[in-house]
Ligand binder design. Sequence first.
Ligand code: ADE
Length: 226
Amino acid sequence: MRIDIITVVPELIQSPFAASILRRAIDNGLVEVHFHNIRDYSTNKHKQVDDYQFGGGAGMVLMIEPIDKCISGLKAERDYDEIIYMTPDGETLNQGIANALSLKKNIIILCGHYKGVDQRVRDHFITREISIGDYVLSGGELGAAVLADAVIRLIPGVLNNETSALTDSFQDGLLAPPIYTRPAEYKGWKVPDLLTSGNFPKIEAWREEQAYEHTKKRRPDLLDDE
Ligand code: ADE
């Protein structure tokens, strides 16, 4: 998979890809992540990429021309399955969207900044708009990092133990059950006896029940379509 991230502030999004699971996925050739600075596509001598809104109003707007040059240049090199714009008025990211995107070959993620991008970018280049939640960030960069992380960890081979993504919260429509590690007792706080019993069928049944109860308590909305 290849992900091209387009932004005016690459510094805001590069570090999550430089460590841990995402770094290993890149080093192992399971995903390629490329960053493109919109400013590099400006034809203006001051490298200007934003301007005032037509009709007045607070906040600067990212101009269409440098974004067009960047996206069109990428599209001339390869086909893209999705060109995503990160925006608070997009569809809210969930595990289903991450699963679907993890099966794609090439995606572009465009990050908004300031007030956002000229609407014509959205109308003519963007195939999907995604929000990471009902709150407003200073730009799309942190949202793009969240999206890329959620997608990349699902690519086969990225997690050491393939089953570990399969047992994540949301993957089977339920929240994850409680987990424990050594020591079996700490300050008198004990791990449930069953987990140290070696009775794996019973452990599995306990986990399923715990996941169901936890979901019923915290996120009953997830059980609604059953
Ligand atoms: N840009 C600003 N706020 C955002 C959000 N909530 N999700 C995605 N991109 C954003």
